[in-house]
Ligand binder design. Structure first.
Ligand code: FAD
Length: 458
């Protein structure tokens, strides 16, 4: 009998993991608290589009679905920086113009991975099932179903006080929590395991999504193949292109403070703020006030925890194990990489899931911790440094060195985004490269001083 996995959460990583486990022949029941995204369910409160890059594409390729996903993606070749005067500066991501990140719609990607899982008859997906708790030792998830699978509301039970819900106990050989940053599976581990470490930290910034619609002829109103950034030191706005000609903008701004979400309430205050900070974007945003009022303000959390497994009974994958802030565009890419690594570990230890989970955790933990730091560092780079001439000069130097020393000097952004070098290795290597470049510069300056002194003295 193949082992049975209960997966909680069919978001981006849940669907993908379902497909990986299905391919390996496991029996999989995947429970998702939301309705089927194919029925028009909007993934509320999250980014509408995201950037997929090498790690995510590799994970999709292993299942033969990368082409499907990329067919609907928009390549972004670099950052388009908008300064306050409306002047634009384009900074390519890499010396190789073919290297790009890809803007894709969250809902479409979610559907693709769920359908990839459903290709395997041994994978069953149950929507409208919310996990409330997990019994760790028996690998049993307790769920509340708001609808039965047919989509028809379940018969109310007297014990439910007449509400159209149904309580289900799903037992497997293991439960895997792929239920995002506020994971119920992780919550069960936190409350029941004394040796479980947990740390969460929130940025002082929140985010709000806004829209730039397509132009009258349905085309993009700004450069399509770029990630647009309006860096304003302590805050910023970004925009990613969508296939329908629109852009999804995200304002990252302080929750509190003299100028912040808290103090900018009236239509006049919102208009004044945008006209002052993003004057070239305002004419392209006819629904600015409506979007600003109606769209929620999300928070940005970093979660570190461990261990990500309990015996051979429970494991955590994706944001449930390691939520990071979105500034490196790597949260989903890292979650997809988790699925690849967990699959490799299950292949290596098919009869011993505890060893497989342990190896998966030890291969991933250091790397996702490194990514958490890199993501926070990139927020400072995007909102503050991208506007400066020094930053642009450093990027040019990076690209010059990368072209002059191929394979020897690889910029950090390139390692993180366009390779599968483990995140922690990339971070260490970048620090070493920076030290060598700095030492080289100092040596050049010293040489110049000595030569000036020598020739001056003759
Ligand atoms: C503003 C923003 C922009 C981002 N941009 C990027 C980007 O450009 N590139 C990138 O790689 N990453 C990006 N990310 C990060 C990315 O969204 C996450 O890393 C990714 O969604 C993680 O996938 P996941 O499957 O682990 O979690 P999720 O996608 O959050 O999926 C979790 C699923 O579990 C379900 N669920 C939750 N609780 C329960 C429960 N109790 N019972 C049953 N089901 C449950 C949820 O409904 C959901 O479907 C961004 C994040 C944000 C907030």
């Amino acid at each position: 009998m193949p082992a049975k996995f209960i997966l909680i959460g069919s978001g981006l990583a849940g669907g993908l993991l379902g497909a990986y486990l299905g391919r390996r022949g496991y029996d999989v029941d995947l429970y998702e608290r939301r309705a089927d995204p194919r029925e028009g369910n909007i993934v509320g409160g999250r980014s509408i589009n995201l950037a997929v890059s090498t790690r995510g594409i590799h994970a999709l390729e292993q299942l033969g679905i990368a082409d499907d996903v990329l067919r609907h993606a928009i390549p972004m070749r670099g950052r388009m920086i908008h300064d306050k005067s409306g002047t634009l500066h384009f900074a390519p991501y890499d010396v190789d113009p073919k290297k790009c990140i890809n803007s894709i719609g969250r809902a479409a990607l979610n559907t693709t991975v769920i359908e990839a899982a459903q290709r395997y008859p041994n994978v069953r997906v149950h929507f409208n099932h919310r996990c409330t708790d997990v019994d760790l030792d028996s690998a049993t998830a307790h769920l509340v179903a708001s609808f039965v699978d047919s989509g028809v509301p379940a018969t109310p039970k007297p014990s439910d006080g007449g509400s159209p819900t149904n309580v289900i106990h799903a037992r497997g050989d293991a439960v895997i929590g792929v239920d995002g940053a506020f994971s119920a599976v992780r919550q069960s581990m936190q409350t029941k395991l004394t040796a479980f470490e947990y740390d969460e930290s929130y940025l002082a910034h929140g985010y709000k999504e806004l829209t730039i619609p397509p132009g009258p002829d349905g085309s993009w109103q700004m450069e399509k193949n770029a990630l647009h950034i309006w860096p304003r030191r302590s805050f910023m706005m970004i925009a990613l292109p969508n296939p329908d000609g629109s852009f999804t903008c995200t304002l990252f701004w302080e929750f509190e403070g003299p100028r912040s979400f808290a103090t900018t309430k009236t239509d006049d205050e919102v208009c004044d703020f945008f006209r002052e900070e993003f004057p070239d974007a305002v004419p392209l945003m006819p629904a600015l006030l409506e979007d600003f009022r109606q769209n929620p303000t999300g928070s940005l959390v970093t979660i570190r925890c461990g261990p990500w497994f309990y015996k051979d009974k429970v494991a955590l994958v994706g944001d449930a194990a390691h939520a990071v802030v979105p500034f490196y565009g790597q949260g989903m890419n890292a979650a997809f990489e988790d699925c690849v690594v967990l699959d490799e570990c299950l292949e290596k230890f098919p009869e011993n899931h505890e060893r497989a989970f342990r190896e998966y955790f030890s291969r991933r933990k250091e790397n996702t911790d490194a990514l958490a730091d890199l993501a926070i560092g990139n927020f400072i780079e995007m909102r503050d440094k991208t506007a400066s001439k020094t930053f642009r000069a450093k990027k040019k130097l990076d690209h010059f060195l990368e072209a002059a020393l191929p394979g020897v000097y690889v910029p950090l952004y390139t390692m993180v985004t366009f390779t599968r070098i483990p995140y922690a290795t990339a971070a260490r290597r970048a620090r070493l490269q920076d030290r060598i470049v700095y030492a080289g510069f100092m040596a050049l300056i010293l040489l110049a001083v000595l030569l000036t002194f020598y020739f001056g003295a003759r």
